[in-house]
Design a protein around this ligand. Structure first.
Ligand code: SF4
Ligand code: SF4
Ligand code: SF4
Length: 531
């Protein structure tokens, strides 16, 4: 027999302990980052300033380190993400080391870390390195123009086709940080420090440029979201046309995997949630989230649908990894692959696992977001969606195993592991409506929908657990199916019986009438003078 809820007190205590432990674990994270940074950066500094014998600590406002040769300062180095951590296409800043001499001229630039998925678009690390190399020799007093023909008064750098956002972010971070460092340290080609730098400042901010550049993708996504809203609003009509619903739903899942997941790279992640929570606790800036328009729109839509429908709209329709699992499972069932489920008692305990994963990640993020990010690889999204399976074999095996399990167990990862699903389930408790219909016979005794639900979100008592429901609408199709849903089937039979009885009655009336008219004819014939 299926139980309605999890053993709550014991679970809450366990979660509390996990939370404290994870926070403690986080506090033992590497503390000697500075030493490691120095060792990592020194060869680069020496390459840019061959005469340097050391560099000082990174400090001041903005944060930069003086480069020293024979006890004399000869320039500065800084990491762009220390000063202006503009998130790039991956949602993370690109860390670029910039070396600038006392004239305010860049003597070296090197990308030291990035998580851009641009390499998949045919752009290589070599091209990226060649791009930033163009900034060498540019002075803080110059204006910079990316791409296009040369223009008087501007230093022109060539862009990289297929990596527009990445290039925009690199350009803005290098130019703006150089401006700030030069201004604060007085590096002006002999000019007074307070002089305003004429550095290139686009009239549009970086996020506005990105939104302009992504118009097509934004348009397609908005149309798709409007369509999904209509599907949800007219779900009662649609579920009574199951064939059409199958086409609509499967088509949408394919769109989600290909367009949202692989083309637009807009798979949401638990890291977005953690970043948002941290931004709320620290300095919240819309720009941080506006840099990726598709993610921004999707998160806005998720927030709206969480309030109205719960987490199911995202998990059932818009999550690319969820959609991929669902399509794989559907294909497997078409080939009659036998499905396998955990016994109820195991399933109920495994259910809680995703909340534990979420709490662990949250605890780690309190110590360091990048630490949490490392452990957030528990999500196979980056491997399966962002990097389209082009990754080191360890990650690849993990993602493929999860997809392999979904052949025999529908949405295994969603049900038991996904911390994003857990994070979405928490606010979904406050949803305003319960849109999915139930009958008084549901669960008492009928278990048909409960047994068919893809994520086992229907309790033994017949209620839908809105925190787990993926809004696939399968149970709503069954609800209206008068060959499957027992109360509906009974009504149909009653209707059919009534119709049959009416037919019989009509037939009898007709035959009586026929008999009457025959008798009348016979009587007329016998009364006629001829007879
Ligand atoms: S539970 Fe996680 S993987 Fe599954 S659909 Fe929801 S967000 Fe996607
Ligand atoms: S088949 Fe009908 S009665 Fe049975 S659970 Fe589904 S909706 Fe309820
Ligand atoms: S079958 Fe019903 S309860 Fe289960 S996920 Fe689909 S819509 Fe939700």
């Amino acid at each position: 027999m299926r139980r309605a809820c999890l053993p709550s007190v014991a679970l809450i205590n366990l979660l509390r302990w996990i939370f404290v432990l994870s926070a403690l674990l986080g506090s033992f994270a590497p503390a000697a980052a500075d030493d490691a940074d120095n060792k990592r950066l020194y060869p680069l500094v020496h390459e840019f300033f061959p005469q340097a014998d050391r560099f000082g600590p990174f400090d001041g406002e903005p944060r930069a380190a003086p480069v020293i040769a024979q006890n004399v300062e000869i320039g500065y180095i800084y990491l762009t993400d220390d000063i202006l951590p503009i998130p790039a296409y991956s949602g993370k800043p690109i860390s670029t080391l910039v070396a600038v001499n006392l004239d305010g001229t860049i003597v070296g630039v090197r990308i030291v870390h990035h998580e851009e998925p641009i390499l998949l678009a045919g752009v290589t690390e070599k091209q990226l390195a060649a791009y930033v190399e163009q900034y060498r020799g540019i002075n803080a007093n110059e204006r910079i123009k990316v791409g296009g023909s040369e223009r008087d008064g501007y230093a022109t750098v060539d862009s990289i086709t297929g990596a527009t956002i990445t290039v925009m972010v690199i350009n803005q971070t290098i130019t703006k940080t150089l401006s700030r460092v030069a201004k604060s340290r007085g590096l002006f080609d002999g000019r007074p420090a307070q002089q305003v730098l004429p550095f290139a400042e686009d009239s549009l901010s970086i996020w506005q440029l990105v939104w302009k550049e992504r118009q097509f993708r934004i348009g397609v996504l908005v149309v798709a979201l409007v369509f999904l809203t209509l599907v949800l609003l007219f779900q009662d009509w649609l579920v009574q046309h199951p064939r059409l619903l199958v086409w609509v739903r499967d088509g949408y899942l394919v769109f989600t995997v290909i367009f949202i997941g692989w083309y637009a790279l807009a798979q949401l992640s638990v890291i977005n949630v953690l970043t948002f929570v941290h931004a709320l606790m620290q300095d919240f800036r819309w720009e941080t989230f506006l840099i990726d328009p598709l993610m921004f729109i999707l998160w806005g839509f998720v927030a709206f649908t969480l309030l109205l429908w719960g987490r199911g709209v995202y998990c059932g329709w818009l999550c690319p990894f969820g959609a991929l699992q669902e399509l794989i499972n559907q294909l497997a069932r078409k080939f009659n692959v036998r499905q396998w489920e955990f016994p109820e008692v195991v399933h109920e305990r495994l259910w809680a696992l995703k909340y534990v994963v979420l709490l662990l990640l949250f605890g780690l993020s309190l110590q360091s977001l990048s630490l949490a990010e490392t452990y957030a690889e528990v999500e196979p999204f980056k491997t399966a969606m962002t990097l389209r399976f082009q990754r080191e074999w360890g990650y690849l095996v993990y993602a493929l195993v999860l997809l392999g399990i979904s052949v025999v167990n529908r949405k295994f990862y969603c049900k038991y592991i996904c911390p994003l699903g857990a994070a979405l389930a928490i606010p979904a408790r406050q949803r305003l409506f319960d849109w999915l219909r139930r009958r008084k016979e549901c669960g008492k005794p009928c278990q048909i929908c409960a047994n068919e639900c893809e994520v086992r979100a229907i309790n033994a008592t017949g209620e839908i657990n809105g925190n787990e429901c993926h809004c696939c609408l399968d149970c709503q199709v069954t609800y209206w199916n008068d060959h499957k849903c027992p109360p509906m089937a009974q009504r149909r039979k009653r209707r059919q019986k009534g119709a049959r009885a009416r037919e019989l009655a009509e037939e009898m009336v007709m035959s009586f009438r026929a008999m009457d008219s025959t008798d009348e004819t016979d009587a007329k014939e016998s009364d006629s003078p001829a007879s």
